[in-house]
Design a protein around this ligand. Structure first.
Ligand SMILES: [Zn+2]
Length: 163
């Protein structure tokens, strides 16, 4: 780990409240680790009995709709913006569920349960190959085992079954 300001190698030092934190001896500043933030969406229909999953071009597994939070934007805004960009449908309602840190992409994923308006999906074909409405059980089978998507999906389905 290197200082993002001066490039000096960082050493872990004790911070009063936060425990061991990377520290730049040259700048004499703590440098808290940086990571990206993204939203992940479990998308359901108005009758809350189907889940909409997407598939990237050339991939086998279905995935949850997702997108990076732009600098200065709220995560709530990202949910409505990204879903509209990818499907041309509006978000009717959303609810924050839980988060997970995804190590390979150094990103904190904030998961939302999203209700989409009824209507025809017009996919952003630069990114996505298809989007399919699944029954709950089929949706769980369509995502990769032991993935963040599976964990978020299980959590959301439990919530939907309670309603
Ligand atoms: Zn520095």
């Amino acid at each position: 780990m290197y200082c993002p300001v001066c490039g000096e190698k960082l050493a872990l030092c004790v911070h009063d409240q936060e425990g061991l934190v990377p520290f730049c001896k040259h700048c004499e500043q703590f440098r808290f680790p940086q990571f990206a933030t993204a939203v992940s969406m479990v998308v359901t229909n108005r009758s809350k009995d189907k889940i909409l999953l997407a598939k990237h071009i050339g991939q086998d597994d279905f995935i949850l709709f997702a997108g990076y939070v732009k600098k200065g934007e709220t995560a709530e805004k990202t949910v409505t913006r990204e879903f509209r960009e990818e499907t041309k449908l509006n978000v009717v309602k959303y609810k924050y569920m839980s988060s997970r840190y995804h190590e390979p992409h150094n990103v904190l994923m904030l998961n939302f349960l999203v209700i989409a308006e009824n209507g025809e999906i017009s996919l952003d074909k630069n990114e996505l190959e298809s989007a399919v409405w699944f029954d709950f059980d089929k949706a769980l089978q369509a995502v990769r085992k032991d993935s963040d998507a599976e964990a978020f999906l299980k959590n959301a389905i439990n919530e939907l079954k309670k309603q």
